[in-house]
Design a protein around this ligand. Structure first.
Ligand SMILES: *[C@@H]1O[C@H](CO)[C@@H](O)[C@H](O)[C@H]1NC(C)=O
Ligand SMILES: *[C@@H]1O[C@H](CO)[C@@H](O)[C@H](O)[C@H]1NC(C)=O
Ligand SMILES: *[C@@H]1O[C@H](CO)[C@@H](O)[C@H](O)[C@H]1NC(C)=O
Ligand SMILES: *[C@@H]1O[C@H](CO)[C@@H](O)[C@H](O)[C@H]1NC(C)=O
Ligand SMILES: *[C@@H]1O[C@H](CO)[C@@H](O)[C@H](O)[C@H]1NC(C)=O
Ligand SMILES: *[C@@H]1O[C@H](CO)[C@@H](O)[C@H](O)[C@H]1NC(C)=O
Ligand SMILES: *[C@@H]1O[C@H](CO)[C@@H](O)[C@H](O)[C@H]1NC(C)=O
Length: 300
């Protein structure tokens, strides 16, 4: 008994004393200002961000999630954080996901912790000093370069966590949909014209006020006929069966919807055009072309 207590005491002591990370992870990440991009959903103009972090999943089972560790005095996610959150994968790593499965860590006998890598956490768990619990909450938090920002800062919270004894920055877009979040994948329709080039803004089936909303989309190409005028298709009902049938996603993008135009005032070309600048439309096509999506269309 005394040995057990001493052991627990040493572990609590060592977690309190572990070096606090001060250097940021940047790895292969690129510092950038993420632009708001234009899209359509059910005839309405929307704005999204795009993160392309090598996400994996299937249409049937949804997006794969990765664990994120939240340190709390009790198993409630809303209790005061005891230290920054811990992750063990970053973009490029096998098992990385922008969608995180919240894991609550409670540490016996200490509210003063500094666990900055997964090995230290595993040691605490194996000795029974730390206990893990899973509230079943899925959050959308893409890891980004420490100097990256959102075009509109208030579109997502910026959070600093721990990763392998380093600091790591991510944007927090909150739970992925209602009811503690989900891992659903939905199609995003990329319209291509007869030359195979992307034409106009992408079309999304839903926005974040819809039940079952997800920010995670698999790319589904839609071939427009000759003479198609960009941005006339703004809803899947406009193009019907022109879309492909995707069973195995080639590219999964994280596009949180951050703005939905006023459905009354933004319907129709006149008002919608006034809300979009040609500058952002251009950026939109550049960023999506960068994803290699046009090239992918020739592979399917
Ligand atoms: C979250 O983690 C728990 C515990 O490992 C697991 O049971 C659950 O299936 C995970 N959820 C997702 C969406 O990965
Ligand atoms: C970073 O890039 C290098 C060189 O391309 C590669 O070997 C390494 O696996 C990458 N790391 C991650 C986490 O993507
Ligand atoms: C940790 O904080 C919780 C809630 O504030 C409190 O109930 C508990 O006694 C504290 N534990 C220690 C070891 O200080
Ligand atoms: C971030 O920007 C600052 C100021 O420009 C620069 O000193 C620093 O090196 C940058 N950090 C990284 C990781 O590139
Ligand atoms: C196809 O789209 C590209 C890029 O928007 C455009 O340059 C080209 O003129 C279009 N071609 C046709 C046949 O519509
Ligand atoms: C949305 O449209 C309604 C009805 O036309 C109008 O009263 C309201 O001010 C509009 N809101 C915004 C943010 O444009
Ligand atoms: C938007 O325009 C379409 C086509 O003119 C119309 O069918 C639809 O009812 C309009 N939606 C709203 C919300 O006004």
């Amino acid at each position: 008994m005394q040995i057990a207590l001493l052991y627990a005491g040493i572990l609590a002591f060592s977690t309190a004393l572990a070096a606090t990370p001060t250097t940021y992870y940047s790895g292969n990440l690129t510092a950038q200002v993420y632009p708001r991009q234009d899209g359509w959903s059910k005839e309405i103009a929307i704005k999204v961000y795009t993160f392309l972090n090598g996400l994996t999943g299937t249409v049937a089972n949804g997006l794969d999630a990765a664990p994120i560790y939240l340190f709390r005095a009790d198993s409630s996610v809303s209790s005061t954080p005891l230290q920054p959150n811990l992750i063990d994968v970053v973009p490029g790593d096998s098992g990385y996901s922008d969608l995180w499965n919240i894991t609550i860590v409670t540490i016996k006998g200490s509210n003063s912790t500094s666990v900055a890598n997964i090995d230290d956490l595993n040691t605490l768990v194996s000795s029974g000093t730390a206990t893990l619990s899973y509230p079943g909450i899925l959050v959308n938090c893409p890891v980004v370069h420490p100097n990256s920002t959102l075009e509109v800062a208030s579109d997502g919270k910026t959070v600093v966590g721990y990763y392998k004894n380093l600091l790591v920055k991510y944007f927090d877009f909150g739970m992925n949909g209602a009811n503690n979040g989900n891992n659903y994948l939905e199609p995003v329709w990329v319209i291509t014209n007869t030359t195979g080039a992307q034409s106009g803004n992408h079309v999304f089936p839903g926005v974040n006020t819809d039940p079952g909303y997800t920010a995670f989309w698999y790319v589904d190409f839609v071939s427009a006929p000759a003479g198609y005028v960009a941005n006339t298709w703004k809803s899947s009902s406009d193009f019907g069966s022109a879309k492909e049938s995707v069973s195995s996603p080639l590219v999964i993008v994280n596009c949180p919807v951050v703005f939905v135009a006023n459905a009354t005032s933004e319907n129709g070309t006149t008002t919608t055009t006034s809300s979009r600048s040609s500058a952002t439309t251009t950026t939109s096509s550049i960023v999506w072309a960068f994803l290699g999506l046009t090239a992918v269309s020739f592979l399917v």
